[in-house]
Write a protein that binds this ligand. Structure first.
Ligand code: FPP
Length: 200
């Protein structure tokens, strides 16, 4: 129950808003447009999640943010007699399916904890494979991200990330900045110690 947050702009216990209810309500959160005007805006990519809820294109989901720790890749592979890197490969492939599922469920924010500062202690080959997979994801998924309205941003330390991966990341972050359907946040080189120092 604690994890359930009302969507921004809605009151706890409020019914799912409709265009007519919004028109009636003095403090309607959006300009007084009818549903077809909202649809036209959505088609031009100007929509954002609340407008889509308003016209009933998306169901309101009380869960507004899901965070996933990308764990268990090695075990997944070992259980199938495969090398650990195969598990990482599958972990990277699954990101698209999880993102699309979040969109279908009307969840606007998805955070993936992908690579912690502790993970630098892994064998060099494994670290290289992980960053290759991440770079491949950024290069091959760009069009799908834009098509699905998915904005990518990363948080954590950037200075230790291989330069080519850092450049690919900045470029996809820049290109998807305007996307409003899902905000996919990726935690890279993250750790409590660094976050406390940043906040101080
Ligand atoms: C933990 O599995 C997983 C990781 C350390 C890395 C996850 C990151 C990727 C797959 C890179 C691609 C990322 C994106 C966002 C495209 P583990 O080895 O600890 O597995 P175990 O818990 O079974 O030992």
């Amino acid at each position: 129950r604690n994890a359930v947050q009302p969507a921004s702009g809605s009151r706890p216990g409020a019914k799912t808003p409709t265009a007519s209810a919004a028109r009636r309500h003095k403090s309607a959160p959006f300009p007084q447009l009818n549903a077809s005007a909202y649809r036209a805006r959505a088609a031009r990519g100007e929509s954002f999640i609340e407008k889509r809820l308003l016209i009933g294109e998306l169901k309101m989901n009380p869960v507004q943010h899901i965070a996933i720790i990308m764990d268990g890749n090695g075990r997944w592979a070992e259980q199938r007699g495969l090398p650990r890197w195969k598990g990482h490969e599958m972990g990277a492939q699954i990101v698209r399916r999880v993102s699309e599922a979040a969109i279908r469920q009307g969840i606007p924010i998805l955070t993936l904890f992908a690579f912690s500062s502790e993970n630098w202690k892994r064998p060099g080959d494994e670290v290289r494979i992980l960053f290759n997979l991440f770079q491949r994801y950024l290069l091959t998924e760009r069009q799908a991200l834009l098509g699905n309205g998915i904005r990518i941003s990363a948080f954590g330390r950037r200075d230790r990330i291989p330069p080519l991966v850092r450049e690919a990341l900045s470029s996809v972050e820049r290109d998807t900045r305007h996307c409003k359907r899902l905000h996919l946040r990726i935690a890279l080189d993250y750790g409590a110690r660094h976050e406390i120092m940043e906040a101080a």
